[in-house]
Design a protein around this ligand. Sequence first.
Ligand SMILES: Nc1ncnc2c1ncn2[C@@H]1O[C@H](COP(=O)(O)OP(=O)(O)OP(=O)(O)O)[C@@H](O)[C@H]1O
Ligand SMILES: [Mg+2]
Length: 357
Amino acid sequence: MKNPFKFGTVVDGAFFTDREKELQSIGQLLESENHLVLISPRRFGKTSLVCKALQYIDRPVIMVNLQSVTTVAELAALLLKRVFKIYPFEKIKHAMTHFRFIPTFSVNPMTDGVDVAFQPGSDNNVVLEDVLMLIEKLGEKNKFVVVLDEFQEIVDLEKGLDKYLRSVMQLQHNVNYIFLGSQESMMTEIFEKKKSPFYHFGVLMRLPKIPYDDFFRYLSKRFAPMVLEQPEQIAEEILSFTQCHPYYTQQLAFQVWNMLEQKNDVEKLVDHAVDELTRLHDFDYERIWMAMNKTDRHILAVLAQNITSPLNSRRGIPTSTAFSALKRLSRQGYVIKNEKYEIDDPFFARWIYYRSL
Ligand SMILES: Nc1ncnc2c1ncn2[C@@H]1O[C@H](COP(=O)(O)OP(=O)(O)OP(=O)(O)O)[C@@H](O)[C@H]1O
Ligand SMILES: [Mg+2]
């Protein structure tokens, strides 16, 4: 039997669960003139959710990840390249007469796709505006959806780009933008701070973990053919360890399934799988740990013991220092905040916990 769990890349079909409410909200939003801002910590399922929502609509879609570009001209070129994937150059060249800087095109012999580049020295903002206005024009027939992943990177791309981008985007009527981001604090600055050009530019949605009951059913059903007796027990043990984190739940379930296939005893199986995965990452965790300062290590050690609020742990660290450490660790993605602060990666938490014993 094929392992029914998947982690790391976009999930769809049988690998995808729940998110009914979110799918409905995104669907409604895309039918309106509004834009969506979707925020969650890393690997909660933003990309999978958006891809799923887009399957239900018949609209041209462009997706770019801002982490994969280093200049505004590269961003413009990437967007244009995506346009050509939907509409061949020959068919739309008449719509490009407004371009103030002419890009160069070359056929990539490896992929047969078209590579696009703007000459050095072109005015970056103008180039980006021209591409966005092309998308606007093409969207007259069928409105575009443009997904900008890791949008918080906009801040580092070029000074003042946010202001310029907003001034162009607000004139567009044939595009719905979806802004994705995993840096909660930066995304909030961009979309929630009054002074920011993107203040309230889109409907803000925070993606939570997958609800327990749904994940429980999902896991039990998939383990049922493997462990006829107690699939629910396995599901429960997995979720109690991962706390419903979408990625780590799938990762642990994948491991447990593999171990079951090797005819391991169900007794303590989840524990063994957790140990195995923790050991597998030992080297990475060690490296991360060694690069951290003492305060960060202390905070993580307290969190790994599952103490409700690390700010209350009186071990000689002033509350303000503990608070800035928590903020720093959140920015770096090691800590996430739900009802309380917690370590994002439960295997790392386990590793830290063992260390402090
Ligand atoms: N709806 C879902 N059902 C089941 N598993 C899911 C779901 N959404 C996400 N996952 C799990 O989480 C993993 C990460 O999903 P995805 O890449 O969509 O998240 P992301 O938030 O876009 O991550 P990143 O921050 O790395 O961009 C998937 O590979 C899968 O294992
Ligand atoms: Mg993603």
